[in-house]
Design a protein around this ligand. Structure first.
Ligand SMILES: *[C@@H]1O[C@H](CO)[C@@H](O)[C@H](O)[C@H]1NC(C)=O
Ligand SMILES: *[C@@H]1O[C@H](CO)[C@@H](O)[C@H](O)[C@H]1NC(C)=O
Ligand SMILES: *[C@@H]1O[C@H](CO)[C@@H](O)[C@H](O)[C@H]1NC(C)=O
Ligand SMILES: *[C@@H]1O[C@H](CO)[C@@H](O)[C@H](O)[C@H]1NC(C)=O
Ligand SMILES: *[C@@H]1O[C@H](CO)[C@@H](O)[C@H](O)[C@H]1NC(C)=O
Ligand SMILES: *[C@@H]1O[C@H](CO)[C@@H](O)[C@H](O)[C@H]1NC(C)=O
Ligand SMILES: *[C@@H]1O[C@H](CO)[C@@H](O)[C@H](O)[C@H]1NC(C)=O
Length: 363
């Protein structure tokens, strides 16, 4: 009887295209693994992944409750090292009638504090009214301080990873301005020591280029930022030779962009991995990862992680807003690159794979 009920349930789920969003990690036949995180609310987007060291816990934050909706809140789900199931997403930052969006997690391994930055504006108002807020957890993501304003200037937005300065004493926090007149541009906050204040540095001629994702090149003071393109054309890049103080005029890369978020990360091998939607125009599929072995000039390896299955009945086919990292630990099966992204705004999908997995689909 139970078996019949279970089989019937699976059949009904398949009929409706429903997938249990339970956080359980499954193996794919292609060697990757995946999970659908368990969201607290309807309308899930803009996930961000961070590793808590030395325990190796993965923390994934995103916004849950619908973009620009009142009561949209920041959710957090944790995966303990060795566990095969993400904990259900719980709300860690909310404000009644406000829309909280674009969480950025930053784990400080020295102080063992997990920081969370995110935007907040009144529900239904434009992004240009947002401010950036900050809260933190001293118990590895379980309890959180009350959010406090980090940057009150209206229109300030975050999205991508905070990186340490070259001397590891300070931080570089990439941000952008979401303006009323759509003349958006990027800037960074830079703090040179662990105690002094963040200063703001506008990124040179970055009009229409937003959500910079910054990587350090050759373990030097040289940085490279990659941008989302508001004009739906391609990913741009800009360089700094002085650890973020000044930036070159952005140039086009060979990668397309659909005016959706991207994220770059430097792997232990020295390769840069880019997670992005591999097309221009307005669609947000496929979600792709690409590898570069020359600091982002050429991208010889691409692999689509998720392609729209054309099921018009239930899915709009949005696979977007990736966040990616390589953990300090390596699981026994060697799958140590971790990617999260928006799964049709229904939930956040997690995919785990290895560098060689990306190379198996060469272009
Ligand atoms: C936001 O949450 C509050 C408290 O739960 C509720 O009273 C209000 O109706 C909610 N607003 C919307 C637009 O759902
Ligand atoms: C939230 O919005 C509702 C409906 O507009 C309003 O009645 C309520 O007073 C608001 N609550 C707060 C705390 O602003
Ligand atoms: C974190 O700090 C510990 C202790 O200071 C150190 O052993 C470890 O290597 C650090 N981990 C990372 C990823 O930096
Ligand atoms: C964004 O630009 C507008 C002008 O278009 C300005 O009023 C606002 O202060 C800027 N905000 C930030 C965070 O730079
Ligand atoms: C950055 O640009 C904004 C808007 O143009 C301007 O108000 C601000 O003064 C600039 N900041 C710096 C540090 O140049
Ligand atoms: C999109 O890419 C195609 C070919 O790759 C190119 O011809 C077209 O101009 C691009 N469109 C935009 C809006 O950049
Ligand atoms: C989805 O819609 C497109 C365009 O409307 C149509 O060409 C396609 O056949 C539809 N796919 C399915 C599976 O219904």
């Amino acid at each position: 009887m139970l078996t019949i009920v279970v089989l019937l349930f699976i059949y009904v789920c398949e009929l409706n295209g429903l997938i249990p969003y339970d956080g359980i990690i499954h193996r794919s036949s292609d060697g990757s693994s995946y999970a659908f995180l368990s969201p607290p609310n309807i309308g899930n987007h803009a996930s961000f992944i961070e590793e808590i060291t030395p325990s190796g816990t993965l923390a994934v934050a995103w916004f849950s409750g619908g973009e620009q909706q009142p009561n949209c809140s920041i959710a957090l789900s944790l995966l303990e090292l060795g566990s095969q199931q993400f904990k259900p997403g719980v709300i860690v930052s909310e404000r009644m009638n406000y829309s909280n969006q674009n969480p950025v997690l930053y784990w400080n391994n020295q102080t063992q504090v997990l920081h969370l930055y995110h935007t907040q504006q009144l529900g239904h108002v434009k992004e240009s009214y947002a401010q950036i807020w900050h809260l933190y957890s001293e118990d590895r993501g379980i309890t959180w301080t009350s959010p406090e304003i980090f940057y009150s200037t209206l229109g300030g937005w975050d999205r991508n990873r905070i990186i340490p300065t070259f001397d590891k004493e300070g931080l570089i926090f990439p941000c952008y301005n979401s303006t009323l007149n759509h003349l958006d541009y990027s800037f960074i906050f830079r703090r040179s020591t662990s105690t002094s204040k963040f200063i703001r540095i506008n990124m040179t001629e970055s009009d229409n280029l937003v959500q910079p994702t910054i990587i350090r090149l050759d373990n030097s003071e040289k940085l490279r930022a990659f941008f989302r393109d508001r004009r739906f054309q391609c990913i741009y890049y800009s360089d700094s030779n002085d650890d973020g103080l000044t930036w070159t005029i952005p140039k086009a890369t060979v990668l397309p962009n659909n005016n959706a978020a991207i994220q770059a990360y430097t792997l232990k091998s020295g390769a840069i991995i880019m997670a992005f939607d591999n097309l221009n125009g307005t669609k947000r599929s496929p979600l792709t990862v690409a590898l570069s072995y020359d600091n982002g000039m050429t991208w010889p390896y691409h692999r689509d992680v998720q392609i729209h299955d054309d099921d018009n009945s239930t899915f709009i086919g949005e696979y977007s807003y990736p966040s990616i990292l390589q953990t300090s630990w390596t699981a026994s099966d060697d799958n140590d690159i971790h990617l999260v992204y928006t799964y049709d705004r229904q939930t956040i999908k997690y995919v785990r794979f290895h560098e060689n997995w990306v190379k198996q689909q060469q272009q």
